[in-house]
Design a protein around this ligand. Structure first.
Ligand code: TNX
Length: 500
């Protein structure tokens, strides 16, 4: 514990090279391997350490160069085409052909670090582990073999209720990548704002994007800015899933174009926080021309396979209309070469075989979703009472809401995505996602306060084998992250449950 405090002080003081603490207080290698978060499949410390010095180089095999450059920037070690004599080496290699999941193998010895993976994405995951192990210029020796439990490990940011700049989104992407989260779901349109330029319907952004909750400043991404976010994420092996919520949550669109309203009259812009009052006009053909244009432009801008079409809280749409609408829009998405992700109400329509339902209810019993899952519909789990980052931690949390639950760290960590939804086969579970709705969230410091430390908890549920699940060990792993957050300037909630 004592060395940890000393390390924290050094990191907080901005020390780039952490001299190993005091005599007798040297960091025991065992701790570093036990502190990897998310917990790896297996980790075994050894005696000794690799020391980064003036003659250390990083070497990159075919396909490993990009990740090697990223590691180089983190460790301030050059990338060389070949290891020079007399120096020690950090060798990165993509084994065989570029394939497989994000699994990797890391071996740290006194003279050499070897990181291998089937794909560059696995090397990137391994680099995150290496970052956590490195203690200044010392990397304790040992071995890690690791692979994700679930392919989908997501975070959602609602940029509609409040708008966040490209730099703010990129900052969050960097934080997600630290914990091996590989999907960023961007909630791009809601009643309070439309945040992406659609060239064929420009008033969506210029007018529909002009405000935010409480009349706060609005904003939108140009297509070039959206592409920049997507590219920034891709460089960190994070796939962007853009969401246009429909048929409800559409006041910003209805306000922008009168013809989208059944009565042909555009409502005023909306800056409150009610949900469930707006609906696209399901029986007008212009609705589907509009959606074909919007989905077509978004599909062209988005390299990832999924587009999210919302489908939640459509309280102003009749169930019959909802079914008609969701089925037709799924066809439009498919026609543009993409797959559908939608909130779990989509199962009340006819999900396509490739449609993924995102579960957000506050109970683990939902026979309709379980039946769809048993029938082949993929499920991403975001139970609002466990995984929603906008829920308060306790009743004195200054930000957030409490309609689903108060969520302390132990609650966010204390469930198993593989077995959560009664009657849904584990094979249907694609993974987990932690959504952050932003009715009360305005700044990066606000985002971080709600995400840390619950986001790493959800990240661990998505990545780590169920056999590693252990609250007593997790709270120590989490505490060990705090010096890193301080060094990175990440604001976080000092939960009394964690021995910081
Ligand atoms: C419910 S759950 C919503 C959002 C709100 C959120 C606030 C779901 C899919 N929709 O529209 O922002 O609650 O917690």
């Amino acid at each position: 514990m004592r060395w940890r405090l000393i390390l924290a002080a050094l990191v907080a003081a901005g020390a780039s090279t952490v001299a190993v603490a005091e005599p007798g207080a040297a960091a025991p290698a065992r701790d570093a391997y036990a502190d990897i978060l998310p917990a790896p499949v297996s980790a075994r410390p050894e005696r000794g350490a690799f020391t980064i010095g003036r003659h250390t180089t990083i070497t990159a095999g075919p396909g490993a160069r990009g990740v090697a450059e990223q590691l180089s920037a983190i460790l301030h070690v050059p990338v060389a085409s070949r290891a020079p004599k007399g120096g020690n080496t950090i060798a990165l290699a993509v084994a065989g052909r570029d394939q497989g999941d994000e699994s990797y193998r890391l071996d740290v010895g006194p003279g050499r670090v070897t990181l291998t993976a089937g794909r560059a994405a696995g090397l990137f995951a391994g680099v995150q582990t290496l970052r956590q192990l490195a203690n200044g210029t010392s990397i304790p020796a040992g071995h890690v073999a690791d692979a994700p439990r679930f392919a989908y490990r997501g975070a959602m940011l609602d940029v509609a209720r409040h708008f966040f700049s490209v730099a703010q989104v990129e900052r969050y992407i960097d934080q997600l990548a630290l914990y091996k989260i590989n999907t960023l779901h961007l909630h791009l349109a809601d009643d309070q704002g439309w945040r992406i330029m659609i060239n064929s319907w420009p008033r969506l952004a210029t007018y529909g994007g002009s405000t935010a909750v409480d009349g706060d400043p609005g904003g939108y991404y140009t297509q070039a800015q959206y592409r920049a976010i997507v590219a920034y994420a891709a460089a960190r092996y994070v796939t962007v899933i853009p969401e246009i919520d429909m048929p409800g949550h559409v006041n910003a669109a209805l306000a922008s174009y009168a013809e989208l309203n059944c009565d042909g009259v555009a409502p005023p812009l909306y800056t409150g926080t009610d949900v469930g009052f707006s609906s696209l006009c399901v029986n007008k053909e212009v609705t589907y021309r509009f959606l074909d244009d919007v989905i077509g432009e978004l599909a062209a801008l988005t390299p990832g396979p999924y587009l999210h079409i919302g489908g939640d809280e459509a309280h102003a749409t009749s169930q019959a209309d909802y079914v008609t609408f969701m089925n037709r829009v799924q066809g439009i998405v498919a026609a543009h070469g993409k797959r559908v992700q939608a909130w779990h109400q989509v199962v009340t329509a006819s999900p396509l075989p490739t449609t993924v339902a995102q579960y957000w209810d506050t109970t683990n019993v939902n026979p309709q979703v379980a039946a769809a899952a048993a029938n082949g519909t993929g499920v991403v789990l975001s139970p609002a009472n466990l995984a929603y980052l906008d829920m308060k931690y306790n009743d004195s949390t200054p930000l957030g809401q409490d309609w689903a639950a108060l969520i302390e760290v132990a609650d966010a960590y204390g469930w198993d995505p593989g077995t959560y939804l009664v009657g849904a086969p584990t094979s249907a579970v694609r993974g987990v996602e932690a959504p952050l709705w932003t009715e009360t969230i305005r700044t990066s410091a606000d985002i971080e306060y709600m995400a840390f430390p619950r986001l790493p908890a959800i990240a661990e549920l998505g990545w780590s084998p169920a056999s590693t699940h252990d609250w007593a060990a997790f709270r120590l792993r989490l505490a060990a992250q705090a010096p890193r957050w301080q060094a990175l300037g990440i604001n976080f909630y000092r939960s009394p449950q964690i021995p910081w």
